[in-house]
Design a protein around this ligand. Structure first.
Ligand SMILES: *Cc1c(COP(=O)(O)O)cnc(C)c1O
Length: 524
């Protein structure tokens, strides 16, 4: 094993690639620098600032004052900056290369969006600013809301939810409010077995029982099984469309009609709206509530400036229960915020609030910039190109990788493969780790659960053919090694800053606290 100067293992020599490279004194590899934990680099006596000694004053904390420093690392400013910059270089990012994570829609974030979001009139306002001083920002929210309503063919939109999962919560709270208002205490939410984990989690969080609906052999919701399960206890269903197998649920309208006839509501997980935006309006499919991940379909950064943003479009039946606050246009063209559910406001049925304020302003500005720069025709092309790219990936690999639903026609915006056909002992994980050595972020693995060793690849529409061809070539090479039983693949990644980690242990027994740092003695 080689160690860096801190004695940490850098990379074993078991792979030929690692063996060929000379060991270095520092453990650095050319301009990729090894980096110790900040606590290991720490010298408590050093800091980035020089402060005069604090004059002695008698404490008024009644004996509650801290008896010794809390053990924060001390580094001069240039070393602190370098520490984080070095770490950042070990990250992969959408601005570095293809990020084929299925379900996540890691598309390019146009810089125009950033420019708009940084305009001081949007970036520097405060959510408590008087409404008449932020009319422009409220107009942005209102205009984005109008686009989302038009693109989905729904009645209303709740803008405040801060991510897809938060939007699911909003939608289910609206469904529950509607049932409460009708005096019904339905307790069951039906969820297909291919659903994203957030769907059953949200339903359970709302206090519902959750039951799975099986899939058919072609990867879609089993309509007959669903209809057979409907009854007076079912509050609603949560269905992803296009679904997590990358397939359009062709029976969606029939599903909605059956659910409505049985007195339930239809929640659609809209995380895959990227595949159908501009082509299909969920409202026409009978959907009652759907979240839109602005950070997926509308190209705002994932986690940009906080969480993402998950507005929820609502049908006429659920709109009266939408959360507060929301922006309303007044007859004179100005905007107001509806903040209370009192009778003298226009919205007495609201189920309450999802968040303290109006939602993610920075994401709204970015999403509106994206929508306006594409226009209606451009958004339709987004969906078409995303689907085209995914089918290009699907058909360029399906001779080598098993595509479980490949025979049932084209996919939507993501291509799904299984681990069938890999050599004994080789898994999806080996493919993912091999891709890291090839310079690509891995695809989504082991999801959806209905496919063994699933690999879900979402190229998105912002990748060109040259990039896709390189990715396909890399994946063909790695899959070829896994089919041939190349043992070195099991040690991949060989070229990354860190070797293969025990991810199960990291998730189950995370070590999040640096325990060994000796705290400095109490200063007198
Ligand atoms: C991303 C995603 C979610 C959750 O969205 P977040 O914004 O991450 O909370 C839910 N369902 C599906 C299918 C998704 O892809």
């Amino acid at each position: 094993m080689s160690m860096n100067s801190e004695g940490r293992v850098t990379r074993p020599e078991t792979t030929s690639a690692a063996a060929r490279a000379p060991a270095t004194f520092t453990g650095n590899r050319a301009l990729m620098l090894e980096e110790a934990l900040i606590f290991e680099r720490d010298d408590y006596a050093r800091t980035g600032v020089d402060l005069p000694d604090v004059p002695h004053v008698s404490s008024r904390l009644g004996g509650l004052e801290r008896s010794r420093p809390i053990g924060l690392p001390g580094l001069p400013e240039p070393e602190a900056v370098r520490h984080y910059t070095r770490l950042s270089r070990q990250n992969y990012a959408i601005d570095l290369g293809l990020f084929p994570l299925g379900s996540c829609t890691m598309k390019h974030n146009p810089r125009l969006n950033e420019k708009m979001a940084r305009l001081p009139g949007f970036a520097d306002i405060h959510p408590l600013a008087p409404v008449d001083t932020v009319q422009g920002a409220l107009a942005v929210i209102d205009e984005l809301a109008a686009w989302l309503v038009a693109l989905t063919g729904m009645s209303a939109v709740a803008m405040s939810p801060k991510a897809g999962a938060h939007g699911e919560l909003c939608g289910l709270l609206a469904i529950r409010a509607a049932h409460d208002a009708a005096g019904s205490d339905r307790s069951m939410i039906l969820v297909p077995e291919s659903a994203h984990g957030t769907n059953p989690a949200t339903a359970a969080f709302c206090g519902y029982k959750v039951e799975n609906i099986p899939a058919t052999a072609d990867g879609r919701v089993d309509l007959d099984a669903l209809v057979a399960r409907l009854g007076p206890d079912v509050a609603g269903v949560m269905i992803t469309n296009p679904n997590t197998c990358g397939l359009f649920e062709r029976d969606m309208k029939r599903i909605s009609d059956a659910v409505h006839a049985a007195g339930g509501y239809v929640y659609c997980d809209g995380a895959n709206f990227n595949a159908i935006v501009g082509r299909v309006r969920p409202g026409d499919l009978g959907i009652d509530a759907m979240h839109i991940n602005l950070h997926k379909t509308f190209s705002t950064p994932h986690g940009g400036g906080g969480p993402g943003s998950g507005p929820v479009v609502l049908s006429a039946a659920l709109a009266p229960y939408a959360p507060l606050p929301f922006v309303a246009k007044q007859p004179d063209g100005s905007f107001k915020l509806v903040e209370e559910e009192t009778a003298d406001e226009d919205h007495p049925g609201s189920f309450g609030r999802m968040a303290a304020f109006h939602g993610q302003m920075g994401m709204f500005t970015r999403a509106l910039a994206y929508i306006l720069s594409h226009g209606a025709d451009g958004l339709r092309q987004v969906a078409e190109d995303a689907v085209l790219n995914a089918n290009y990936v699907l058909r360029s690999l399906d001779d080598l990788l098993d595509a479980p639903f490949g025979d049932s026609g084209p996919c939507m915006h993501e291509a799904l493969f299984s681990d069938d056909g890999l050599a004994q002992g080789f898994t999806t994980l080996d493919i993912a780790k091999g891709l890291i050595d090839e310079g690509f972020h891995p695809m989504t693995m082991y999801f959806p659960l209905v496919v063994h060793g699933a690999m879900l690849i979402e190229p998105t529409e912002t990748e060109g053919k040259a990039t896709l061809d390189q990715f396909i070539g890399a994946l063909r090479s790695v899959v070829g090694r896994a089919r041939a039983g190349d043992e070195a693949l099991k040690a991949a990644p060989a070229l990354a800053p860190r070797r293969r980690l025990d991810e199960t242990a990291a998730a189950r027994k995370p070590v999040l606290v640096w325990k060994d740092a000796p705290l400095p003695e109490a200063a007198e």
